[in-house]
Ligand binder design. Structure first.
Ligand code: PEP
Ligand code: MN
Length: 346
């Protein structure tokens, strides 16, 4: 349920409502928007609904929320969540591009990539040290040695680090080095892992699963947020489809759709969405044009020697070109598109 407060409500009136939500055994989430403040309530629905909310001063009305996701829902939190990492902001109109190799390999390559992507405008460095590979016989990641290489690249460039955690037992080591945590497609519904990262205090980039729906993606975010973490970024990396030309297929309509349902930032991973270098930039551009809050992309200075996903890695020069093109792009937000669509329908 949500409690919509009247315009001009005072802090004391909001506090009074929050106090009673807690007394009646539920959780309160206040979103103070520029125009309106709403208080999301999570708890025994029937019991809470029976309370005389409209007799509280400052309360305009109550609304029932039927979605199974609450903390991730825009109904609970109408204003956009803005996440800050290492000086970069993502969400609420602030866009952020994260780039780097699929797997951490040599220090020379990782540092060179970090310098190149930073010069082109990336605000964070990605690189996997623990790799979820389809085959157990392929490179599995360099573990803590890889994390140390990422740390060196951070020292050299100042870029914050995004890296994947694959299991609960890797949390201690990964959190020692990472600024932002990636949960990969294969773990998108590993609920124990989602709850474990939700108890920690670093932003999480949560990819959709190999075959999850948008609402299942949001339920995964809800798992993370149910443990207290507010900083979750939804990442679209495509899903398995009947098309065999690409590794996966990305539906760009999911960007405004998720932004409508949720206040969380939505970014696009066009590397895994296509799996083919020559299509990566087109899909990245399409994603930003559709209003994505950012990108996460694989870049390698010598893709032939990359230890994983070389075939989808952009060269630093391709990345630089894409970033320049994105600079010229006037992306419309989901709100703007929706407004014109509604006006045209009148
Ligand atoms: C990756 O980012 O390198 C990766 C393995 O991605 P995904 O989980 O989307 O396949
Ligand atoms: Mn990869």
């Amino acid at each position: 349920m949500i409690i919509v407060m009247k315009k001009g409500v005072s802090s004391e009136q909001i506090e009074e409502v929050v106090k009673h939500i807690k007394i009646w055994g539920a959780e309160a989430h206040v979103d103070r928007g520029e125009v309106q403040t709403v208080v999301g309530v999570i708890g025994d629905k029937a019991e809470i609904l029976r309370k005389p909310w409209t007799s509280f001063e400052g309360v305009e009305k109550t609304l029932e929320v039927s979605d199974p996701f609450k903390k991730a829902s825009r109904k609970f939190h109408p204003s956009d969540t803005v996440i800050e990492v290492g000086g970069a902001k993502i969400g609420g109109g602030a866009t952020c591009v994260i780039a780097g190799p699929c797997s951490v390999d040599t220090e020379e390559y990782v540092v060179a990539t970090a310098k190149a992507v930073k010069a082109a405008g990336a605000r964070a460095l990605r690189g996997g040290a623990f790799k979820p590979r389809t085959s157990p016989y392929t490179f599995q990641g360099s573990g803590e040695d890889g994390l140390k290489i990422l740390q060196t690249a951070k020292q050299e460039t100042g870029l914050p680090i995004v890296t994947e955690v694959m299991s609960v037992d890797q949390i201690d080591v990964v959190y020692k080095y990472a600024d932002m945590i990636q949960i990969g497609a294969r773990n998108a519904q590993n609920f124990n892992l989602l709850k474990a990262v939700g108890k920690m205090n670093k932003p999480v980039i949560l990819k959709n699963g190999i075959a999850t729906t948008a609402k299942e993606h949001l339920m995964s975010a809800e798992y993370v947020m149910s443990e207290g973490l507010k900083e979750v970024i939804l990442c679209l990396r495509g899903t398995r489809s009947y098309e065999t030309a690409f590794r996966n297929s990305l539906d760009v309509a999911l960007i405004p759709y998720l932004q409508e349902l949720s206040h969380l930032p939505v970014i696009v991973d066009s590397s895994h969405s296509t799996g083919v270098r020559s299509y990566v930039s087109a899909v990245a551009y399409a994603g930003m044009a559709a209003g994505a809050d950012g990108l996460i992309l694989e870049v390698h200075p010598n893709p032939c020697e990359a230890l994983s996903d070389g075939e989808q890695a952009l060269l630093p020069s391709d990345f630089d070109f894409l970033m320049k093109k994105l600079g010229d792009l006037k992306a419309w937000s989901q709100k703007e598109w929706k407004k014109t669509a509604n006006q045209n329908a009148k």
